[in-house]
Design a protein around this ligand. Sequence first.
Ligand code: NAI
Ligand code: OAA
Length: 270
Amino acid sequence: MHLGLIGYGNIAATLMGFLAAPGAPAVTRVTLLVRPGRAEAARAALADHPAETSVVEEAAALVAAGPDLVVEAAGHSGVRDFVPACLEAGRDVVVVSVGALADDELHARLDAAARAGGARVILPAGAVGGIDLVSALSASGEVALTYRGTKPPAAWAGTPADEMLDLAGLCEPATFFTGSAREAAARFPKNANVAATLALAGPGLDATRVELVADPAAPGNLHGYELSSPAARLRVEIENLPSAGNAKTSVATIYSVLREIRNRIGPMVI
Ligand SMILES: NC(=O)C1=CN([C@@H]2O[C@H](COP(=O)(O)OP(=O)(O)OC[C@H]3O[C@@H](n4cnc5c(N)ncnc54)[C@H](O)[C@@H]3O)[C@@H](O)[C@H]2O)C=CC1
Ligand SMILES: O=C([O-])CC(=O)C(=O)O
């Protein structure tokens, strides 16, 4: 497979490591799109990678390279800047920064671009699980979903939580946000993609209730949710290991992207 990759931060670099490991899905070529001025550093970092790699700085160059699948791992602005062009050119895109779809205008733009190009936007489960059942149950009638995201204080650094709490001095759990998944995704773009994923699979961005918590005793990034529907009730608690390169991002997210790649290559999809 020829993989296109947008952004070269924690997720992309770790993913490239996974793809270099024995038994990894057969990705033989990678075209990486980075922001202007960052290509040299990315080329140096990937010099010894077993796949054939090239680094570009424009969406047109990524599209022209002809990847079989593109993975966006560049945050909301990466979705806005580059994903529509890939879709219009007929490339399926795994959008990791799912919270970007909380912007209705961008959501509609991606939808139109995918239809125009005959391509698909693939929203991975990311750091959360059970999305298959949440999505299936959304057809069963009225669905209610409440999500709580709890992380150690350091994972909330650089977010609005910084202004609401003394993160460094926190001695007990503090709930600093209660609202809709749409508002959470807009205010916490690097921390509320899980909330957006659950909402898009389930009752929608405005109906999904979200609580965000900083907890100095949290053993990792915790994702908990409760769903009730006419067909089933569900209670899920996930304790995720934060990535070494970005405490806001759980390692499970990167395995989830690897799964999307594996499912595109192998004879069976699971
Ligand atoms: N769906 C999910 O469950 C999860 C989604 N995410 C999303 O994935 C994104 C990436 O996560 P990490 O790799 O951990 O973050 P990171 O901050 O380590 O890496 C992001 C990279 O993208 C680059 N970038 C930013 N804007 C760009 C643009 N317009 N064009 C090209 N590159 C750009 C940055 O320079 C950086 O290298 C997060 O911002 C978050 O939105 C993260 C965790 C879970
Ligand atoms: O939802 C997000 O943006 C990221 C997250 O919580 C995680 O990776 O655990």
